[in-house]
Design a binder for this molecule. Structure first.
Ligand code: HEM
Ligand SMILES: N/C(=N/c1cccc(CO[C@@H]2CCNC2)c1)c1cccs1
Length: 357
């Protein structure tokens, strides 16, 4: 850990324009703390900048242009389930910001011998339940396992395709707890289409803010296993994946039928036409309701600006080409025509073992 801490402090203090003396003094203190206690405590400034560096290093993220504008909420002092549940609600409310979404991360106590580690079971703080029934799955198939856990713990879902799951988490090795998400902090957008009046009859909706709550933030050798973070959506995530994947809401056949397309022939490109109208509906609905969202062309252009900025700072932009390309019309973006080194630098966000199942 000492090596990782030294490397982080060196890069962080250099980028923050601190003196050699400040770096030497801090490195000495951190080394001593690690020798005495097995870990060390980041200053708020180190925590804030480390979380931003981790975003800047996220190879699969097309939205990295705004890496230096991240609201970092330091929740390392919270100890009880009630306090944690309150902080999760506060994150949702502050990040939503009435539709002008603010990129925010809440950082809870890291994994250390002192204990107090929080583990959130939800993939995202806002996500729909998935119910397995004899007639098939109602809601989000991706949520079936967690929904079963919630029902086993006493949660009662309304049984609609759009029931927001409760927050489920455990602290150290204590029993997991669940807390319903208050409706008044959940911003959702009902889907409609600029031309097709019938679209609203599909009764589709989606939540405004994607808040990833199951990844580990690593900064200088310290593991923040509970650090939920949000940005805003790129429309294709909802329109081309959540609603379009056969193993998610599988809506292409429904939309194509309503459009009167010939769904018996691949060569009619019915899937492609339905896909575009689904993404058009997402863009239109979010824009009508004044909720932050970016289209995949603008996002790709912003990523270009990010690359130019990083080049000016003599930093290499690493990336995962397979994820950086949007799932709709990828070759119409500059990303498709480039290649990227997929090296995982630290600080960064990592997957971690599923805490249930
Ligand atoms: C501000 C607007 C943002 C946009 C539009 C955006 C867009 C995206 C998109 C489209 C993906 C691919 C997701 C998928 O295909 O399922 C992604 C991945 C990712 N983003 Fe961003 N992002 C934003 C902000 C952020 C922030 C604030 C963070 C963290 C502080 C972040 C960290 C990541 C990470 C770690 C991944 C990879 C997730 C994985 O490997 O499963 N992004 N982003
Ligand atoms: N727009 C976003 N999209 C995502 C960013 C990271 C992850 C995900 C969802 O990843 C899932 C896991 C694998 N595919 C879907 C979506 C953001 C979420 C939080 C900050 S920005």
């Amino acid at each position: 850990m000492i090596k990782q801490a030294e490397q982080f402090l060196e890069q962080c203090y250099k980028e923050l324009g601190k003196t050699e003396a400040e770096l030497r003094e801090r490195t000495g203190a951190v080394t001593k703390e690690i020798e005495d206690t097995g870990s060390y405590t980041h200053t708020y400034e180190e925590l804030e900048y480390g979380a931003k560096m981790a975003w800047r290093n996220s190879n699969r993220c097309i939205g990295r242009l705004f890496w230096n504008r991240l609201e970092v909420k330091d929740q390392r002092h919270l100890d009880t389930e009630e306090e944690v549940a309150g902080a999760l609600r506060e994150h949702i409310h502050e990040a939503t910001n009435g539709g002008r979404i603010q990129s925010t991360i809440s950082i809870f106590k890291p994994k250390t011998v002192a204990g107090g580690e929080v583990k959130i079971w939800n993939h995202q703080l806002l996500r729909y339940a998935g119910y397995e029934t004899d007639e098939g799955i109602i809601g989000d198939p991706d949520s079936v396992a967690l929904t079963k856990k919630a029902l086993d713990m006493g949660w009662e879902g309304a049984g609609t395709p759009f029931d927001i799951l409760p927050h489920i988490f455990h602290i150290d090795d204590r029993e997991p707890v669940w807390y319903d998400v208050p409706e008044d902090i959940i911003l959702e957008i009902p889907l409609r289409h600029p031309e097709y009046e019938w679209f609203r009859e599909l009764n589709l909706r989606w939540y405004a803010v994607p808040i990833i709550s199951d990844m580990r933030l690593e900064i200088g050798g310290v593991d923040y296993t509970c650090a939920p973070f949000n940005g805003w959506y790129m429309e294709t995530e909802i329109g081309a994946r959540n609603f379009a994947d056969e193993f998610r809401y599988n809506l292409l056949p429904v939309v194509a039928e309503k459009m009167g397309l010939d769904t018996n022939r691949n060569s009619s490109l019915w899937k492609d036409r339905a896909l575009l109208e689904l993404n058009q509906a997402v863009l239109y609905s979010f824009q009508q309701d004044g909720v932050s969202l970016v289209d995949h062309h603008t996002a790709a252009w912003q990523f270009q600006v990010f690359q130019r900025n990083e080049h000016k700072q003599n930093r290499q932009v690493t990336g995962d080409w397979t994820w950086l390309n949007p799932p709709v019309s990828p070759a119409t973006t500059p990303i498709f025509h480039q290649s990227f080194e997929d090296r995982m630098d630290s600080p960064n966000y990592f997957y971690q073992k599923c805490p249930f199942s």
